[in-house]
Design a binder for this molecule. Structure first.
Ligand SMILES: Nc1ncnc2c1ncn2[C@@H]1O[C@H](COP(=O)(O)OP(=O)(O)O)[C@@H](O)[C@H]1O
Ligand SMILES: [Mg+2]
Length: 211
């Protein structure tokens, strides 16, 4: 399966969730390749930081921030159980290419009433990609949930939304920021932490959508 984390907004958690999804699957014995499709290369930075810290390699990270990504992805997918694409912000051509490569698009959003949901542009890109790939599945994922009540209410409101929202949500937790800076993933610091449990539930739900 090829999964892409996508939202034209920056700072919503694309890289954080891409790395943790890849890491969680790698932990369970899957062969994973993460494609860094963001010209800023944050996932590559994380991987480099990891090497500097002498931490073991969990999965391969390759930089491919080109709008020919969808032409290269099938080749990369042959050597892996799953591909996770950390999507770029803003650049429409890159986002299009990531959507053409993917079986599943996950759109991280913050459950804020003021934040607005995915912009019309994001939804238009998904609709457009479905013309070529009718089988493309899309889901919102609530990240940085500060208060469970708002998250639950948002999730309930959006249960019938298209694309639907995942039941699994990710909290606003310092563990995520700390992990990123040290080239780690939350379960490497504390495998029983709330952050680790959220990631496990998130990865399990994603795995059930498109095994
Ligand atoms: N659930 C979370 N809790 C706390 N901090 C988070 C969470 N998700 C992301 N962050 C932090 O927010 C910032 C932006 O996240 P990032 O994954 O880089 O977003 P994007 O890739 O969409 O730009 C990073 O500093 C990251 O550590
Ligand atoms: Mg990013």
């Amino acid at each position: 399966m090829i999964v892409t984390l996508l939202n034209q907004k920056g700072g919503v958690g694309k890289t954080t969730l891409a790395l943790h999804l890849a890491g969680q699957w790698a932990r369970t014995g899957k062969r994973i390749t993460l494609i860094d499709a963001d010209p800023q290369g944050s996932a590559l930075d994380w991987s480099q930081q990891r090497a500097l810290e002498g931490l073991p390699r969990l999965f391969g990270v390759v930089g491919l921030a080109r709008d020919t990504l969808h032409r290269e992805a099938p080749e990369l997918a042959r050597g892996a159980d799953h591909i996770v694409i950390d999507g770029p912000p803003r650049v429409a051509a890159l986002m299009r290419s990531a959507l053409l490569a993917a079986d599943l698009a996950l759109v991280p959003v913050q459950p804020s009433p003021f934040d607005g949901w995915a912009s019309a542009e994001m939804l238009a890109l998904i609709r457009e990609a479905r013309i070529y790939r009718p089988q493309l599945v899309a889901r919102f994922v609530l990240n940085r949930c500060a208060r469970t009540v708002i998250a639950r209410e948002t999730a309930e409101t959006l249960a019938d939304h298209d694309p639907p929202v995942l039941a699994a949500t990710i909290g606003q937790r310092v563990a995520f920021a700390d992990a990123a800076q040290s080239g780690r993933l939350v379960f490497e610091t504390d495998k029983d932490s709330p952050a680790s449990r959220e990631i496990a539930a998130f990865a399990a739900e994603v795995g059930r959508i498109a095994p």
